[in-house]
Design a protein around this ligand. Sequence first.
Ligand code: PFF
Length: 459
Amino acid sequence: MASGSDSGRGMWSNRWVFVLAAAGSAVGLGNIWKFPYIAGENGGGAFVLIYLVCVGIVGIPIMICEVMLGRTARSSPIHAMRKLADKAGVSRHWAFIGWMGVVAGFLILSYYAVIAGWALNYVLLTAQGTFTAISAEGAALAYNDFLASPIQLMFWHALFMVLTIWIVGRGVSRGLESAIRWFMPLLFVLLVVLLGYSFTSAGFEQGLAFMFDTRFEAVSGETWLVALGQAFFTLSLGMGAMMAYGSYLPENISIGKTVVIIALLDTFVAVAAGVVIFPIVFANGLEAGQGPGLMFITIPLAFGHLPMGALFGTIFFMLVSFAAITSAISLTEPALSYLVEEYNAKRKRVAISLGVMCWILGLGTVFSFNIWSTGYIVGQMTVFDFVDYLSQNIMLPLGGMLIAVFAVWVLPQTAVGEQLGIKSGFLSVLWKLLGGVVAPVCVLVIFVYTVLPLFSNLA
Ligand code: PFF
């Protein structure tokens, strides 16, 4: 997966390659598709603020923990946790964190590939000029018609899965690295072009106000849970993806600084996507809380009214698809690296088997948008809602909390101090306070107030 070598496992060639790979994992559908629609459903400004707080005080410390654990153990997350538990002289049951990560990655990929398939279809639709000069109703109709067809969704879902598995199976070569080098900056440039468009749209002030005016009346315990889950999801935390990537990180690179750069890049893309989307929503009398379709209606609408919109729209959806692939790769990495290490199995074979199983599981999400749209499996949740809620809001935060507790309170702190280059007493206190207390306690408190009542309501 990475170049160079460290006992044959491979190693990122320098800090920037790691930043690109980790940012490739972090920046994906979570930023451009999910963040705006969740913010829309949760009232806007107050949610955005809470999300930023979660990224700052929970996300960044936990990413530092994950990357550090990976680099210390230099193996796949399940093996890493076993090795580190041995090193700390505690039970190997800590490997549970790795196992839960494998399951979470699998669940997330099952629906991630469905939505990324929509983006692939939108590459074609925009290239054909479907959205040129389209009305808001027309864009909504095109989206609804597409979702009503399980066959079409299955086809695009399959195509995305094949592309991902093909790349993963070959090993993530330098080709991907250099592609990321080009695509990520291009994605930033297109976002800036779209920012320019939304700046001139009639809904700009209203859109900004929606994103940044904090009306705390709308905030509940659930808002905190959703924001926390989104922070974990968008930074690819809590399931070992960053641990796996950290295991290829050379010794001499500062983890703290690198992680802050990754988090800032990721946050920029999410906030920019919101600032692009909401003015278009308001200028066209659309609904901010319309859910998963938000991006697939507003963005084609915007490009449909821009000069050379078909061309730029096509490029935009290509970039979104590419951002999704670089994230999907990291979703498979914990399971894949474990199976390859444990059974000495062929990477390609493991990748294909995982891909087929995940595609089948993804059918639950495909049908959630058409034939099973009222087939609720828990409360008012479709299969898609449930898989999404379970993985993002429960498994990732729980995994992240255990990772932080392990890194700060279980692992011998001399090893940690060396890894993170903590020399001063102040930094050491800060590390313990943020990683060992604030981050896990925040997760715990939010859990106690939101998830436990949910379970007792169901019982
Ligand atoms: N961070 C990705 C996104 O925002 O789209 C999704 C993701 C990738 C979540 C990898 C978790 C993960 F391990």
